[in-house]
Unconditional design. Structure first.
Length: 430
């Protein structure tokens, strides 16, 4: 079983980033994933009775309190029977099978995991409603790991999963062939996702694959397709998006209303816009001091009319790429202390559109109709970046003018002067 690394959004979003002083909020160095021994390096999950070997360095799973086996060899034949009998906190292991049931955690703190992982452990909703329900969990975190959740149908709530006033870790979970307004919906919920995939669902045109309204969301190594919805992710929370891919061919990649965003080593694309984030409430209360932070590092955000449309927030952008039909980055009434370092603004009618001062250093502008509209900037580089393949592979070719052209106080992970673009800077070596 993979060991889940939880990075609280309240801590991560509160970290400060300033030129020459990067605080990321995790213990990894360079630009890759953590390599400490608490995180798995193998591709499979331990079983409850499998000892670790040199080839399988995971921490061995503690045996479950109860075992579910649809073939009858466990303590229960259905998952819900095991939940009904469980006393918080409880660990329930589930053997490989297709389980035709919709489950409710009943407010209990439960670690529920498919022993053989999501490929072998299927939770089949049979088209009758929400498949997994978390409501008002007792103090503590529940975990749901190692399942494929399919055939949930709900045009009002989350078709695959509904979370209300609960704290839940999702790990190695696949959501597919579900139909509804949302696939996963949370209200005042804290949700951690690691190695989670949303694909092949049907989302109603006005809906979202993931909607989290209140609480927070941490997302690591996660892929979300909006599957016909208005947004792949809609949130009104603190959000961490790390090492993840979010796409929406029918709307916005991500829409943030009055939340905070921290995007690290991720790719976000939408046919309407890649990202829209705004903080309407603070502009009324504090018109000159937007409180919400929009932080992007070593990522690419693009698509549609505007790559990233940010309103009334404080921006901190480094080593990322922004592009869109009208503008790569559009800023409205954002904090004048916002800044951009080592970024690329490309393939847009206007690289950056704004209505306030903006501190932009060592950035590149390429193939734009205009580099800046509504503000004055001094591009560091305007030549062809010589990407390996735009926009699919944004690594730099050896002769790129972006190599070693970044902010002088920063270095790349190999100790050389920092590069401009997605793979440069102190955490760009991946």
């Amino acid at each position: 079983m993979k060991t889940y690394l939880w990075l609280p959004a309240s801590f991560l979003v509160g970290c400060q980033l300033a030129p020459g002083n990067i605080i990321i909020g995790s213990d990894d160095t360079g630009g890759g994933n953590d390599t400490d021994t608490s995180v798995d390096t193998d591709s499979g999950a331990d079983t409850a009775d499998t000892a670790d070997t040199a080839e399988d360095p995971d921490v061995e799973e503690t045996p479950p309190d109860e075992l579910v086996d649809c073939e009858g060899s466990g303590d229960f034949e259905t998952i819900q029977e095991a939940i009904n009998a469980a006393v918080s906190p409880a660990r329930i292991g589930v053997k490989a099978c297709t389980y035709h049931e919709r489950i409710d955690f009943l407010g209990k703190v439960i670690d529920l995991y498919g022993i053989d992982g999501s490929e072998e452990t299927i939770l089949e909703g049979d088209g009758y409603g929400t498949v997994v329900d978390f409501e008002m969990i007792e103090s503590g975190w529940s975990r749901f790991a190692g399942f494929t959740v399919t055939n949930g149908v709900d045009e009002a709530d989350g078709a695959a999963m509904e979370l209300t006033k609960s704290s839940v870790e999702l790990e190695d979970v696949v959501f597919t062939d579900n139909y509804g307004l949302n696939i996963v919906r949370g209200a005042n919920a804290s949700v951690d996702m690691q190695d989670v995939v949303f694909e092949g669902n049907t989302v109603l045109a006005e809906g979202q694959a993931v909607k989290i309204d209140g609480g927070n969301i941490n997302m690591v190594n996660t892929t979300i397709d909006c599957d016909g919805g208005a947004q792949a992710l809609w949130h009104h929370v603190q959000a961490l998006i790390s090492d993840s891919t979010i796409v929406c061919d029918s709307g916005y990649g991500v829409q943030d209303y009055h939340g905070e965003d921290r995007i690290i080593r991720s790719s976000i694309w939408g046919s309407t816009s890649g990202y829209i984030a705004y903080d309407n409430e603070s502009t009324v209360e504090e018109p000159d001091s937007p409180s919400e932070r929009f932080y992007v590092e070593n990522s690419v955000i693009g698509g549609g009319n505007i790559g990233a449309e940010i309103k009334y927030m404080h921006l901190e952008l480094s080593n990322s790429v922004f592009y869109g039909g009208a503008s790569g980055l559009s800023m409205t009434a954002c904090d004048t202390g916002s800044w951009s370092i080592n970024n690329v603004y490309a393939e847009s009618a206007c690289g950056i559109t704004g209505d306030q001062n903006f501190n932009d250093q060592n950035s590149a502008y390429w193939n734009n109709g205009e580099n800046a509209c509504g503000l004055t900037l001094r591009p560091s580089v305007t030549a062809d970046p010589e990407f390996v393949s735009w926009p699919d592979d944004l690594h730099l070719q050896a002769g790129s003018p972006l190599v070693d052209a970044g902010y002088r106080a920063w270095q790349d992970t190999d100790g050389s002067a920092s590069d401009i673009g997605r793979y440069g800077g102190p955490r760009g070596g991946y």
